[in-house]
Write a new protein. Structure first.
Length: 360
């Protein structure tokens, strides 16, 4: 039987994309057939540099199982598109997608998770920025090892600070570290909008916004006036944290911002001396919440002293070693979240060119 493009596409439809749940045939850019030789080009809709080689090898093997295929070549790349925001909002210039990271409650490791997810997306091949939306308690400057005031070349826009391959902006760059922000709500929301809109973001695929705890002025302003593409909820397994995480999730649902999923932080602790594993904050809370609200559990992260020490030291876990076991957890969560976002409708109003990330 002669080898055909239709047959190759059908075989690829049996292979599933682990980060979107869709058949990989949906990501086919082109198929070439020459006798018993086949060339397949896949283009994923999210950054996944860490998977390109492995995925290409897996698909090559699965195609060559079929007798009609003498030799298969598979090239896998990624292309990040801009995705729809609320109908009454326009995309932010030079930022394809804005993802809000929220918890509803403080102390669950949301900022550490935000920074490491941003680094994970960058490690997967994307251009990424981080906006610290916690005006009262900015922590991103310390976590990224940044200090000093940002430049303003024209007196109107601010150049984001950069470290570890990320662009970053925070009120913490404009004040002393121990200076309290004694501002009322309207001043805080105005400051947030200025930080977002007056920063000269440079061609970002994703801007991660690290939200402060709660569901008040800052969170509502973000949802109603900022073109957010989607949100991620961070929680610990304990019931008290889940109560507030559910409120945050419901807030995004009410303002029609899609929730990509839930990240369960501090899910388990493994003693560094004896190796004993213990669920200090309870077990399975994130999965129960995900099931209740019909959103995916993007992944679980351990309670590990290295994560805290590295963030405090200005060199977060993924920046220390992007191939380490802990970093791979963040990268898997980042791929899954970005994969989920890639399924949303595209924003056709977004005009500047896209970037192709290609491994062959």
């Amino acid at each position: 039987m002669a080898l055909t493009e239709q047959a190759v596409r059908q075989w690829l439809s049996a292979e599933q994309d682990e980060n979107t749940g869709q058949p990989l045939s949906e990501s086919v850019r082109s198929i070439g057939v020459d006798g018993d030789r086949v060339l397949v080009e896949l283009q994923l809709g999210y950054p996944a540099a860490g998977l390109h080689t492995e995925l290409a090898a897996r698909l090559k093997a699965s195609l060559e199982v079929h007798g009609e295929v003498g030799h298969a070549t598979v090239d896998v790349g990624s292309r990040v598109q801009a995705h729809q925001v609320r109908k009454d909002l326009s995309p932010l210039q030079n930022v394809r997608n804005i993802i809000a990271v929220a918890s509803g409650k403080g102390g669950v490791g949301k900022s550490t998770t935000s920074v490491n997810l941003a680094l994970a997306l960058a490690a997967e091949g994307a251009r990424v920025g981080v906006l610290d939306a916690d005006i009262y308690g900015p922590s991103i400057p310390r976590m990224l090892g940044l200090s000093g005031k940002p430049d303003s070349p024209d007196g109107k826009t601010i150049t984001p600070k950069q470290n570890h391959g990320l662009q970053a902006m925070s009120i913490g760059f404009l004040i002393e570290e121990d200076t309290p922000m004694i501002w009322r709500g309207p001043m805080v929301t105005q400051a947030l909008q200025q930080l977002l809109n007056d920063t000269a973001w440079d061609n970002l695929d994703y801007l991660i916004i690290d939200l402060p705890p709660g569901t008040g002025d800052i969170q509502l302003t973000l949802c109603q006036k900022v073109p957010v593409s989607a949100a991620i909820i961070v929680t610990t397994p304990q019931d008290i944290a889940l109560l507030d995480a559910k409120k945050a999730l419901k807030m995004f649902q009410k303002v029609e911002v899609p929730v990509l999923g839930i990240v369960e932080n501090m899910a388990i602790h493994v003693c560094s001396n004896c190796g004993h594993a213990e669920h200090i904050f309870g077990e399975g809370g994130g999965q129960r919440m995900a099931d209740q609200y019909e959103v995916p559990l993007l992944g679980a992260l351990p309670l590990d002293i290295r994560i805290r020490e590295q963030a405090d030291g200005g060199v977060p876990t993924v920046a220390v070693d992007a191939e380490s076991d802990l970093a791979q957890r963040y990268r898997a969560i980042a791929r899954k979240a970005a994969g989920r976002l890639s399924l949303q409708a595209r924003n056709k109003a977004f005009g500047f060119p896209t970037i192709v990330i290609q491994d062959s």
